[in-house]
Every structure is written in C-alpha cells, then in structure tokens.
Design a protein around this ligand. Structure first.
Ligand code: ADP
Length: 506
C-alpha cells in the first residue's frame, strides 16, 4: 500500500493528514499559531511558526498512523494564498510574512494599475491589482522598508516556504502563483512584462512547476527534523482553494464547488482560460495541468449569519446551550417558519465591504424593508437569502463567462444546514451536492497531487474521481419564488452605492 501526506498551511493553523492510496485518512494533526496585527488592517505571521507546525504535525501523523516513513511515497503542500515571504541570500527570513488578509497596499495597487494599465494587467494576470495579492506587498516593502528590500534575494508564497525548509528548493507552482499579480495566467509562466514594469528582479522568484510535478525532495536535515525519509518527493502542490477542488473532485469542466464559510467562494473548473474583463471574479491556473478556474469570493457569507447570531440571537444561544445543540440550528429552524422573501425583507451582506462582484471596500450591509411585524426568524431568513443572492450574482457572472456548472458541491459550515442547501439550490437554479469531506479537502487534494507526482496515480482527475465519493444531491424546485426578490436585490447596491461612499466619509 502506498501512503501520501498532505500539509495544509492555513491562517489559523497547519493541518497535516496522512492518507493511503484509496484516500482513507489514517491520521490528522493541527497545530495553531498566532496572527499578528501590528496596525489596523495589517496581518502578519512568523514563517518559523509555520515550519515548527509543519514539523510537529508531520511527526505526529507518522507516529499516530504507525506508517513507516519509507512507505510515504510523496508529500503535497497546500496553503493560504497571496502571502509574501522575503528571504536574504542565505535563505534567512527578513521580516514577518505579510498575509492575504492584510490591507495596507491600497496605494501600491493604484501604482501597479498605473504602471501596467488596468486592461493589460487583467489580460495578463487575469485579475486587477488587489490589496490581498502579493505584488502590492513587494512594492510596499520597497517603499517603506528599503533596507530590507536591499537584502532580499528570494520571494516565496507561504506553502513554498515550507517546501524550501523541506527540500532546499526555491520553487512554486501555477495555482498559488496565480494570486500574485505577477503570473502570465494564460501561459502559466512569470510575466516578464509585468516584472519589468514593476522593476522586480525575476531571479528572486521561485522556479515554476505544474501542481503535480516534482518540485524538490526531502533533504537529510529536514528528514532528521520531521521523521520523513531523505529523498521523499515533494509535489508542486496548490493554493488552498485549488487543493480543495482536487479534494472535492472539481477536476473536470462543468464541475464547481461553493463554500459557505466565513467568506463565500464559488470555484468553477474550466479547460479554457476565461477572464472577466471587469475583474469581478478571479481567474487562476487550476492544479489540474492545462486547466483553469474562475472563482468568486464574497467577504461576509457565513460571517453575516455569525454576526446576527452574536448581536441578535442571545435567546437562541442560551436555549441551544441548555439543549446541547448548535445555536445555528435553532436560528435556521426559526427561519424556516418565515416564507420565501422573509415577509418582504431583503439583506445586503456587505458587512466587510465586498470583493466579488462589486469590488467596493466602502459597500456596507443593509436590511431593506424592515417592518414592525418582522420577527427574528424573518431576520435570519433574510440574511440567509441575502447571502444566497450574493452567490447567485457571482454565479451569473460565471454563467456569462461560460463556465457555470449544473451541479455544485457545497462545502463550509453553512452547507451543514439542509435548509440552506435547498435555498441555495433554488436561488442558484442548480443541483447542490453535499461534500462528504470538508475538513480534509485541501490536505486530501495536496496528497492526491503528491500521489500523481510519485506515480501512484495516472492523472489528477482520474485519482480524484476514484477517491472522492459523491455526496447526496439536492435539486432546485421549480418556481420556488425567489426570482422577483433576487431581481430587486440586484438593484439595491447600485441605488445605495453613493450613500455608502458618503456614509464612509462622515
Ligand atoms: P471558516 O471559513 O472560518 O472555516 P466554516 O466553514 O466553519 O468557517 O463556516 C462557519 C460559518 O458556517 C458560520 O459563520 C455560520 O454562518 C455557518 N454555519 C455553521 N454551522 C451552521 C449550521 N448548522 N447552519 C447554518 N449555518 C451554519
């Protein structure tokens, strides 16, 4: 039997899981680490914490599973995208990593757009300049910390720093590199044109691989530190969503997943590069060779319901703790008593501003149509419907791009609710499939990539299809009644946009 390890470097912790070749999870381990926010809107982590967590979790899954290190055929890496790790010529970390959720680079993004031109930037990198992405962070360090920039010789993404510690290689792969604003996404290579325009030395960037290619082998030193065998292959790996796609078998055209986690993501697989010229959804290289993904990201999906729970549902929280159930279950039970349209109440889920499809950090949430007759159940239903409408708006863009699927696998905490899954099916107008594997998704995806790299499987799509069990289907009901409410929802943000701007300036 062949075994693989997937390491998923998340924002709150690193989760490592060991799988056999049939995809059975034999052991998992997570080690958490802190996020530092030295200023409002900044987010940094110490790459040494990531390495310590990777070491401990790899040692733990080896000892918990009892699998011999010599039977581990490969390691796959996945992780949080967009983060900037800067190393000097000796491979020493120069400053804390600046993470995906750090918003300090507004001015740098404007500069990138000006230097490259918005249209050209979107045509080459498939995305507009976004504060979360890596290029703006590099320019920020150049401007604000020139003494550090002077000493920089290597730039790595978070999971690629783990690769460096495991293998000594400065390398990356196409799916994660797609989130840097530096990759020529259609051609799957660094863009010389963008690097020249931004005056970034190409020698600083890692060697580019496909996700299932060999991108290093474990060194003798790393073997000593982790318990792995020297020479164990390390695959290119993938960014967290691209790895989750492999772990949920979103590996062929016509397949997609939707995540109702804190944020909301729709991730659609395609065998062609399709770019939204307005940059409202991202296009990235997929971890499946020769394919791409179009992905939307809304910032406050589950977060909206969490906000409502924390601010308005103390009663449900108290009852839930008495009854030993989840407060969300009592909230959704109350919502089910409210009719479609929540008694004529609409909710805009822009609590953190919005990325897809508005690209407006000044947008804010709103209840529209509040009346004295509304109950908490109506509020909960309106929030769930508003979040579902925001996913529909994103899906409509993917439909226009020709990459929309008929069946979508639902992941994330919100997908635990059968009521929300049915609502999503009805609002999106497609079949929703439950995902049997949500927590291990990215680690499993990374392990599958490692298995392909090591020759255990023939191809990424075949391996994912053989391993990932399809979940239950939830079909859209004809005439569920959401359409007129959705239509009105899409007209509210344009009507309120200027008010949000004015409000933010008061
Ligand atoms: P994260 O993106 O932080 O990993 P999760 O995927 O765990 O988050 O999703 C958390 C969100 O899922 C919560 O904020 C809540 O909105 C939603 N959620 C969790 N459990 C339920 C449930 N039983 N019913 C409805 N929504 C739920």
């Amino acid at each position: 039997m062949a075994y693989m390890i997937g390491v998923d470097l998340g924002t709150s912790g690193t989760k490592t899981a060991l799988f056999d070749e049939q995809g059975r999870n034999l052991a998992s381990c997570t080690v958490e680490y802190p996020l530092s926010q030295p200023h409002n809107g900044w987010a940094e982590q110490d790459p040494e914490h990531w390495w310590q967590a990777a070491k401990t979790t790899i040692q733990t899954v080896l000892s918990k599973s009892g699998v011999k290190a010599s039977d581990i055929k490969g390691i796959g890496l996945s992780g949080q995208m967009h983060g900037l790790v800067m190393l000097d010529g000796d491979g020493k970390v120069l400053r804390p990593a600046i993470l995906w959720c750090d918003g300090r680079t507004g001015e740098e993004c404007a500069q990138i757009t000006e230097r490259v031109g918005r249209e050209k930037l979107i045509a080459i990198t498939a995305n507009p300049a976004l504060t979360g992405f890596t290029a703006g962070k590099i320019l920020w360090v150049r401007r604000h910390e020139p003494e550090i920039y002077e000493r920089c010789r290597h730039i790595l993404l978070p999971k690629d720093y783990l690769r460096y510690r495991l293998t000594g290689e400065f390398a990356t792969e196409v799916s994660d590199a797609s989130g840097m604003n530096l990759l020529d996404v259609p051609n799957r290579c660094w863009s010389r044109e963008i690097l020249d325009a931004l005056e970034i030395d190409p020698a600083w960037l890692g060697t580019m691989h496909e996700s299932a290619d060999l991108a290093g082998t474990v060194t003798a030193l790393a073997a000593q530190e982790t318990g792995l065998c020297p020479g164990t292959p390390v695959a290119g790996g993938a960014g967290d969503n691209a790895a989750a796609a492999i772990g949920t078998a979103v590996v062929r055209p016509g397949r997609a997943f939707v995540t109702l986690g804190t944020s909301g993501v729709i991730f659609a697989h395609s065998d062609k590069v399709t770019i939204d010229p307005q940059g409202r959804v991202h296009t990235f290289c997929a971890a499946v060779p020769g394919s791409w993904t179009a992905m939307s990201c809304t910032l406050s999906a589950g977060l909206s319901l969490q906000w409502l729970r924390n601010q308005c549902c103390q009663e449900e929280c108290r009852l839930a703790s008495e009854q030993g159930v989840d407060p969300y279950e009592l909230m959704t039970a109350a919502a089910q008593k409210s009719p479609v349209g929540a008694n004529r109440l609409l909710f805009l889920p822009y609590l953190m501003g919005e990325r897809s499809p508005l690209l407006d950090e000044k947008a804010r949430g709103a209840f529209v149509g509040l009346s004295a007759m509304h109950t908490r159940g109506d509020l909960v239903r309106a929030v769930m419907e508003g979040v579902s409408y925001s996913q529909r708006q994103c899906l409509d863009i993917l439909r226009d791009m020709g990459v929309a699927p008929d069946t979508i696998t639902a992941c994330g905490g919100g997908a635990r609710s059968p009521f929300w899954r049915q609502m999503l099916a009805d609002v999106l107008g497609c079949t929703i499939q439950t995902s049997p594997l949500t927590l291990e998704g990215p680690a499993l995806g990374a392990a599958i990539l490692a298995g392909v790299c090591a020759g255990v499987y023939d191809s990424v799509p075949d391996a994912a299809d053989a391993i990932v069990r399809p979940g239950e289907l939830c079909r859209a009901q004809a005439d569920a009644g959401y359409e007129p409410f959705y239509d009105l929802y899409t007209r509210l943000y344009p009507a309120l946009k200027d008010s949000f701007r004015e409000l933010s300036a008061l």
